[in-house]
Write a protein that binds this ligand. Structure first.
Ligand code: PGA
Length: 249
């Protein structure tokens, strides 16, 4: 199975409706000649509808930055998979390190979210990654293995073609410090091995790198065999920079 390549924009808590419209309208004027690469924009919940509408005739798609794992009910402030699906949003980021560290999202919660996405036939973007201390203590592999094994335990129904893993070392997110090509290459290889050891075919899964990706470092990272694209935060807020990153994939 040939793996799909992805360029995903994580806008985090940036861009109101006006900003979203202006970004995506200029994106629609760009030539998307890199047909091998699928682009996905992840705005805030309030801008999802606008995004879906503006991109309806485009090859780019819309994703959410989070979801809750119950179908409906008394969960004030939460958003369900079916609500997202109903407005045409098929992709959802889960387990982002900011959700884990600021909002106490655990591996078990990530698994519950993944369960719900799979049962709704939606496409997950599962973020994993080690902290600086974990790396310094030689725990990177162990942490990645723990995060993936818990999230993917008993997920036989998953469609790997529409599943993304984003390897994002926590210390590289928003810091301007990118992981070296060796670190990224090693981590992506070990992620494929973790899948192989858990009963999946690791070579079928798209693994993106995230953490201070810019138009200046995208080429050397995209040349790595096991890198199937990027999850971009800061640099995705500038339409020309994001387009330049897309063109380097
Ligand atoms: P960054 O964010 O590109 O600003 O480091 C990446 C992410 O958090 O997904």
């Amino acid at each position: 199975m040939l793996r799909t390549r992805f360029c995903v924009a994580n806008w985090k808590m940036n861009f109101n409706c006006t900003d979203t419209k202006s970004f995506l309208e200029s994106w629609n004027n760009k030539e998307l000649n890199n047909k091998e690469v699928k682009t996905i924009f992840c705005p805030s919940f309030t801008e999802l509808n606008t995004g879906v509408e503006i991109l309806q005739y485009s090859d780019s798609e819309i994703g959410a930055q989070n979801v809750f794992y119950e179908s409906n009910g008394a969960y004030t402030g939460e958003v369900s998979c079916s609500m997202l699906k109903n407005i045409g949003c098929q992709w959802v980021i889960i387990g982002h390190s900011e959700r884990r560290s600021i909002f106490s999202e655990t591996n078990e919660m990530v698994r519950n979210k993944l369960d719900q996405l799979i049962s709704e036939r939606m496409n997950p973007i599962v973020c994993i990654g080690e902290t600086k201390t974990q790396r310094e203590n030689g725990k990177t592999q162990e942490i990645l293995s723990q995060q993936l094994s818990i999230a993917f335990e008993n997920q036989e129904d998953i469609n790997l073609k529409n599943t993304i893993i984003a390897y994002e070392p926590v210390w590289a997110i928003g810091t301007g410090i990118t992981a070296t090509v060796e670190m990224v290459s090693d981590a992506h290889k070990s992620i494929r091995n973790i899948f192989n050891n858990n009963g999946f075919n690791g070579s079928n899964i798209s693994i993106l790198y995230g953490g201070s990706v810019t138009d200046g470092n995208a080429t050397e990272l995209s040349e790595l065999t096991d890198v199937d694209g990027f999850l971009v935060g800061g640099a995705s807020l500038d339409v020309d920079k994001f387009y330049a990153i897309y063109n380097q994939l």
